[in-house]
Design a protein around this ligand. Sequence first.
Ligand code: GDP
Length: 370
Amino acid sequence: DGQVVHCVGCGAKVQTVNKSELGYTPKSALEKGLQNGEVYCQRCFRLRHYNEIAPVSLSDDDFLKLLTSISATDSLILYVVDIFDVNGSMISGLHRFVGDNPVILVGNKLDVLPKSLKKRKVRDWLRQQANAAGIRPIDVELISAKTNYDVDHLLDQIEKYRNGKDVYVVGVTNVGKSTLINGIIRQSTGIKELITTSRFPGTTLDRIDIPLDDGHSLVDTPGIIQPEQMAHHLVGKELNLVTPQKTIKPKGYQLNPAQTLFFAGVARFDYVTGDDREGFTVYAENNLYLHRTKLENADSFYADHLGGLLNPPSEERKADFPALERHEFKTTQKSDVVLEGLGWVTVPAGVVVAGWAPKGVAVLLRPAMI
Ligand code: GDP
């Protein structure tokens, strides 16, 4: 009724409208809190009860202050990215906030990459993408937070590079930062009670400190919402159908020029010009529906079948799904057309192809990883 309520934890103005903004609380929780005389925003509630740091939006002033405060520290930065969504993992301006601190780049979700993939090439690609964003990692590690693969090795590398400093873990949402942090906590037996939460000075944001052997901390920071992620255009089950869940089984296609492959309704690949019967390989979630059609019919096919045969997105949500945008490439070597957050298509040299993804989601060309 127009009354302004502040969160007991962080002091933010409580609001029930925008999940990604400061002070968000579900209506039911607000009513309960008002009865108890103690209202926490959802972020503070989760932090108190689950030691979970809730995401913040990129435009959040407090988040920028937090990053700036990191640049003033003498620390090691652990920058977690999703191997499947490198662009969607980027924190814009991170290089300015890192200052002179060393960065270990952690590529997560290795478990979904086929064994045939050359890890060295994946590491090179990650390093190159980081360099393009102005970050020069001292080390690039590939792990799976979900299966715990090489997390031990990552911990060894952290010890090797931190030289008695604190470690700050940064990453956008959906890259698996919480899964990794929880794994690290689980591995450090008995440490659970020692976890403390405290404020980043000058912000309303909280941090989780995981004590290290020498009195220093591994500090978990809030994840930032990176709007340019495929994941933000999908919900629940749709997301599981699009995001690779298990090790990808590559699918081979022989295509003629002027043929199109739909990735359900979320992306599209066109073989525009080149030789007949060329070999293409699709790397995407094993259960994602792939549909081949003629390029000349593709636009009308998409319009007719979006939400039906081409699902996700579902019939109910297709109106909210962004239009697909076309990105054309001419290859001079065997290459991958990367559809960020979804997977990629390996294409031969000497062809013209196009990748389509929801507006804002990156489509890139890289040398083939296999
Ligand atoms: P956060 O937002 O960065 O904290 O990410 P979460 O830890 O919540 O993970 C986001 C999604 O990615 C969840 O569905 C996780 O199950 C999944 N995920 C996290 N780590 C891995 C991983 O190593 N492999 C796979 N396949 N999925 C992962």
